[in-house]
Design a protein around this ligand. Structure first.
Ligand code: ADP
Ligand code: MG
Ligand code: ZN
Length: 549
């Protein structure tokens, strides 16, 4: 099916004229502002009114508003639909690619399908079957072990399916995986950030790449400020200079300086000091962007937005760009050796000052981003979705959501190190051509001890977990500073045993098999090369009895 702009008449499977005369007369009282939004939607896409009675708004994000609509289907029955109204500034190719993912891969294997699509001018509404679902945050602490096992199994099934089509979802998180607990229904939604693998079967994902390539290529020599800000994290005491980076402070306003810096709230933490450095010699030479002492490129919401908009003014290319794309040959001075003058020091040498920022996709939500995404590794594949699935499983097993509540990539990487170990993270980063540094050694945690302690199955002994995890079990610290990676470990939603349905042992939490933690460990493999694939994960012993389903 063509995912091109949509027809306005003869909706297959839907009948016209089913909308009540007065659409603002809704069965359930909806707030005034929602009513106004519904009016607006009818106004900008009037053909909707011939088919749907829109009764509520069920989702509101940066890129879309999702409404609940009812229509009479050809059999005469009334059916519920989700109407996703995309922000009018979305790029047509991006919209078409989202639709093509739904039409080609959707409708089976726990992947959302599409019923129809409406367009009027630059307003596009994607109509999908409505899947009633619960908010993850409300149920994560109340699920039984068996429900958790089923949930992750069904998520893996959806991932296996889309990965088979060469779709990298890039935004795997609970709000994009709808779960109807009562009916055991699951649906992966939101292909708004999806990208294709090199051999993707979704033709438009290739176009998305090409477009982004063009958008990024033209800006190769340009400077970034608002989007390309670089962030500085505190240096270890022994590395701190009296007036740190005073020279680069002035550079903030100066265009085309790669080491523009901005202090993060992270300084409050005094925990982590790390940076990244590109050790990949090809990238180093062609697109040199390695960082030195304690800084990473700061992400921004604008990244995600531009990834969706594919705006021509966009400054950062989304997919991996050809190494030499529209770049002039560089002088030897710009092709520095692997270890430059300032490596591991608190200064930035001239070689590094002249480097360009690395271009790599970084869409998604910080707390669910894989280490290779956080460090802007240009080679990103379907493994990034597997990492995100691992973060979801971590939430499911510990009862804590969101698990990593990171406002940006630096915080997110620190939080990963607190769980997976700083040395292990540095080692893995080296394997994909990045260097990560950490001022203090953070030991790798035992996943079972971590999850069981947070869930409350295991008493939090003095030595079982680092202090921040022990403290985080007490509701009193629920509202700690979000910029503190230690404090963010305290949750918004924690296991509240009093509210949970049944005692922990009744819900199977006292006897989680080692296999489940083994799977978690393999999903949260810091190295994307060795990280478990969806196909492999479905064959993991923990799903032995489910594999024929
Ligand atoms: P966005 O790109 O804005 O994140 P999504 O496609 O993720 O848009 O949809 C936003 C929210 O709308 C989802 O988190 C979900 O709550 C709701 N939603 C989306 N599609 C459906 C659907 N088919 N059925 C029920 N709810 C849906
Ligand atoms: Mg979404
Ligand atoms: Zn240097």
């Amino acid at each position: 099916m063509e995912a091109a702009p949509c027809q306005t008449s003869s909706v297959k499977g839907l009948e016209h004229g089913t909308r009540e005369k007065e659409h603002s007369t809704v069965t359930r009282k909806v707030p005034r502002d929602v009513q106004m939004d519904i009016e607006y939607l009818y106004e900008v896409v009037p053909q909707l009114s011939r088919v749907f009675r829109i009764t509520d708004k069920i989702g509101e994000g940066t890129f879309s508003s999702v409404y609940l609509g009812e229509a009479q289907i050809t059999s005469g029955e009334r059916e519920k639909f989700a109407l996703k109204h995309l922000i009018p500034t979305s790029h047509p190719v991006r919209i078409a690619a989202e639709l093509q993912c739904l039409t080609v891969a959707g409708g089976k294997e726990n992947v959302m399908g599409v019923t129809y699509c409406f367009r009027k001018d630059h307003h596009v509404v994607i109509v999908m079957p409505y899947v009633e679902h619960q908010a993850f945050v409300d149920i994560v602490g109340t699920l039984s072990y068996e429900e958790v096992r089923q949930y992750i199994y069904h998520l893996l099934k959806a991932l296996k399916h889309i990965h088979k089509f060469g779709i990298i979802h890039r935004d795997i998180k609970p709000t994009n995986f709808l779960y109807n607990r009562r009916e055991n229904k699951y649906a992966l939604v939101d292909f708004g950030l999806a990208q294709g693998t090199p051999d993707t079967q979704i033709q438009l994902l290739k176009v998305v790449k090409a477009k982004a390539h063009r958008a990024g290529g033209g800006s190769a020599g340009k400077c970034e400020d608002s989007q390309g800000k670089q962030a500085q994290v505190p240096l270890p005491p022994n590395k701190r200079s009296p007036v740190p980076h005073s020279s680069t402070k002035a550079a903030v306003k100066k265009p085309c300086t790669k080491h523009n810096k901005e202090l993060l709230g992270l300084s409050k933490t005094s925990r982590s000091v790390f940076g990244e450095r590109n050790l990949n010699s090809i990238n180093h030479a062609k697109n040199p962007s390695d960082k030195i002492e304690g800084h990473l490129v700061k992400p921004s919401k604008a990244d995600d937005i531009s990834a969706r908009k594919l705006a021509s003014t966009k400054r950062r290319a989304v997919p991996s760009r050809g190494p030499a794309a529209s770049q002039k040959p560089k002088s030897a001075a710009l092709n520095p050796p692997l270890t430059c003058n300032c490596y591991m020091s608190d200064r930035i040498c001239n070689i590094c000052l002249s480097r360009k920022q690395q271009v790599a996709p970084r869409a998604g939500t910080p707390g669910f981003r894989a280490p290779e995404v956080l460090t802007k590794c240009p080679n990103q594949g379907t493994a990034i979705d597997m990492w995100s699935a691992g973060v979801i499983l971590l939430s499911l097993l510990s009862g804590r959501y969101p698990f990593f509540k990171a406002s940006d990539d630096l915080v997110a990487l620190t939080q990963i190190m607190t769980i997976r170990g700083s040395r292990e993270t540095m080692q893995a980063a080296g394997k994909f051509g990045k260097a990560v540094m950490c001022s203090r050694e953070l030991p790798r945690l035992d996943l079972r001890i971590l999850c069981e302690t947070l869930r409350g199955v295991r008493p939090c002994g003095e030595d079982s977990l680092p202090a921040e995890f022990r403290a985080s079990r007490h509701p009193a610290d629920a509202k700690q500073d979000l910029t503190d990676p230690a404090a963010t470990q305290s949750s918004q939603s924690r296991t509240d045993t009093s509210k949970s349905t049944g005692r922990l042992q009744d819900r199977g939490w006292d006897s989680v098999p080692d296999d489940m933690y083994d799977l978690l460990d393999k999903l949260l493999d810091l190295n994307p090369e060795t990280r478990i694939t969806a196909d492999e994960a479905l064959q993991h012993p923990v799903f032995k009895d489910l594999s024929d389903e």
